[in-house]
Design a protein around this ligand. Structure first.
Ligand SMILES: Cc1cc2nc3c(=O)[nH]c(=O)nc-3n(C[C@H](O)[C@H](O)[C@H](O)COP(=O)(O)O)c2cc1C
Length: 218
């Protein structure tokens, strides 16, 4: 059964990014049965071992093994200071140089300002490429104001959720192609062209009003 790992890079215990990653995983298991899914929040790894790059320590080693064994990764990060988080980078830095070769990746970001909607393309995508990822599907930037948390279950505003689920469907298609063995005619064609991560545009329902009400980026 193909393995799918969601890697989340928020230091926050009540992370909106985790909500988005969980929605993506839930949709995958419901609508695309046949994947084994798991989520790894980097903040739950021992900080001292992470920062000192102690790859041999049990929890770090298990986390690195989980990445190595995954057929696909959802890599989800909040935007911090116009980029992905240092926490996520600390973990990605522990991967071998070919750590993402052969894997499909769905990049996701949450942020408070549409000013940083291109963070996936300008900051995260080059790192994924350097690690050998070839099937990086179109990602999504999710405005934090569209994440609804409160008395009920965590969820996204419907329009934002629809857009996210479309990205997850495309990712599921890429996972199937990435997992297919090469044929005599050559390796399987990429499921997606290396289009910008944020194309199509982020949640179509995001209006100028949404942008104005979004949390101001610190
Ligand atoms: C230290 C810090 C820096 C941030 N920098 C940005 C930023 O540069 N651009 C942006 O759009 N949002 C920024 N934000 C807002 C977060 O990206 C946004 O609220 C995100 O959804 C938080 O995700 P989380 O709850 O998973 O941590 C920042 C938030 C914090 C705490």
């Amino acid at each position: 059964m193909p393995k799918l790992l969601a890697l989340t890079g928020s230091p926050s215990a009540h992370s909106r990014t985790d909500v988005v990653a969980d929605l993506a995983l839930r949709h995958l298991t419901r609508s695309h049965p046949g994947f084994e899914t798991a989520r790894l929040a980097v903040r739950e790894l021992p900080a001292a071992d992470l920062l000192a790059a102690r790859r041999g320590e049990p929890e770090i080693r298990r986390a690195l093994e989980a990445v190595a064994e995954a057929d696909g990764l959802v890599i989800a990060t909040p935007v911090y200071k116009a980029s992905y988080t240092g926490l996520l980078k600390a973990f990605l830095d522990l991967l071998p140089q070919d750590g993402l070769v052969g894997k499909a990746v769905l990049p996701l970001a949450t942020g408070g300002s549409l000013a940083h909607v291109l963070t996936i393309d300008y900051a995260l995508r080059p790192v994924l490429a350097a690690l050998g990822a070839r099937h990086v599907t179109a990602g999504r930037f999710v405005l934090d104001s569209t994440v609804e948390r409160g008395s009920g279950p965590d969820r996204l505003r419907p329009e934002a959720e629809l857009d996210l689920l479309q990205a997850v469907d495309e990712f599921a298609d890429a996972l199937r192609v990435a997992g297919r063995p090469p044929t005599a005619a050559g390796p399987p064609a990429p499921a997606t062209t290396p289009a910008p991560a944020t194309a199509p545009a982020p949640a179509p329902a995001l209006t100028a009003a949404d942008a104005l009400t979004a949390t101001a980026a610190p």
